[in-house]
Design a protein around this ligand. Sequence first.
Ligand SMILES: Cc1cc2nc3c(=O)[nH]c(=O)nc-3n(C[C@H](O)[C@H](O)[C@H](O)COP(=O)(O)OP(=O)(O)OC[C@H]3O[C@@H](n4cnc5c(N)ncnc54)[C@H](O)[C@@H]3O)c2cc1C
Ligand code: SF4
Length: 477
Amino acid sequence: MSKRQMLQFVSVAKEMPLKRDAESRAHDFNEIYAEYAGEKAAEQAARCSQCGVPYCQSHCPLHNNIPDWLRLTAEGRLQEAYEISQATNTFPEICGRICPQDRLCEGNCVIEQSGHGTVTIGAVEKYITDTAWDEGWVQPIAPAEERPESVGIIGAGPGGLAAADVLRRQGLQVTVYDRHDRAGGLLTYGIPGFKLEKDVVMRRVQQLEQGGVEFVLNCNVGEDISFDAIRGKHDAVLIATGVYKSRGLQAPGVGVPGIVRAIDYLTASNRVGFGDSVPEFESGELNAQGKRVVVIGGGDTAMDCVRTAIRQGAETVKCLYRRDRANMPGSQREVQNAEEEGVEFVWLSAPKGFAGDPVESVMVQKMRLGPPDATGRQTPEVIEGADYVEPADLVIAALGFEPEDLPTLWGETALEVTRWGTIKADFRSHETSLPGVFAVGDIVRGASLVVWAIRDGREAADSILAYLAQPAQVAAE
Ligand SMILES: Cc1cc2nc3c(=O)[nH]c(=O)nc-3n(C[C@H](O)[C@H](O)[C@H](O)COP(=O)(O)OP(=O)(O)OC[C@H]3O[C@@H](n4cnc5c(N)ncnc54)[C@H](O)[C@@H]3O)c2cc1C
Ligand code: SF4
């Protein structure tokens, strides 16, 4: 591959990898972006202006050394690019696929700010790491020495797995407990395959298993084993359980068949993708095929539901959101993808009630944006007399997630939580109110992002190593 000069953004236009056309991608759950060819990755990486103060890096939660790995890619030194990329990120090929780059690195790239179109950082990151896997550059986990200390990690999502990776590479004995039958957390059962193909996740799980991380699956902590027992078995414990309590719809007529929770719907769809037998899918309860689907919500979960429904062969898919397009929390890129695939967004609208048992329709009330509230966001107000009826056979509620009440569920009242129910943990060390117990990811931050869970997991692993290096504390356990 030829060595390219940097700062090509003036003469070379931004180019994303090819996106499959909407018609072909709406019938399967495969990812929608192709991989760059090597020359194209180098060409796009060479657009970077090698900023002295790289805003891409400072806005990356992992502080990825983006300018350096872009330069190495442009110079055809891909293995070195990979080494630098993986030094700060446990799962770069996953972040390359699903980070909202438009809000993080790419949104803050100076070339984007100056109107030339961002460097396509995420697509290059994905290309580098996928190539590393293909070429055998990804190092297996092989600790130089085994250490006796053991760590129990509750939750096999990105936070728990990132910590497991760091700890196991240091030779600690690591056991990851999860209530699901597969590891990966929301990477496996939340995020659909068209954003993140499942073999990408399973390859990482396998790497951890082959490196000696023990997975105890189908194990719901608090039911199948007590939290206390886990603390008794391990020298340190990491809580990485995510947030799973769905915010419910508050309107007359809810609670009938045909109104379902987003997490149940997406989990069923992902299970079907794995080839599992899913009775609720086969019965039609969690299957959009041939149905008029209404999804309620404006976040990334809602985007994943509408696009899943399209792929299942829904007759129509509408998304109701009470604010407008500019004020929705979900990624604009995903809205565009959804629209291309045939989803209709009904902005400034909210459910007032539901009719039928099973559900037959949604009474929709129209909204306008009123004055800003204390947080500065404009408050949606109802427009009286503008209600209408929207026929629906399947309503999917995607209104966000809250933490489960872990202190009660686990009978551990000394585990302190915030007023939102998230676990109280030091934001640097990730230590909780219980000695030797750490917490990371969504269960601390509330519903957040994969990249933040990875950062937390890596930081907490370092804190656990430091904690275990203090013999007095380990002995006290
Ligand atoms: C539909 C959807 C789409 C998303 N899309 C994106 C995206 O595109 N980009 C992005 O960056 N983020 C996205 N997110 C957010 C992202 O998935 C989360 O922020 C991230 O997965 C949090 O990681 P975590 O490790 O804290 O928890 P999780 O990934 O939630 O993993 C927690 C794990 O803990 C297990 N667990 C919980 N309680 C127990 C218990 N008592 N005993 C045993 N195991 C337990 C769960 O089974 C789960 O496997 C999305 C979220 C959803 C719901
Ligand atoms: S902000 Fe953009 S141009 Fe500057 S170093 Fe980062 S990717 Fe390159």
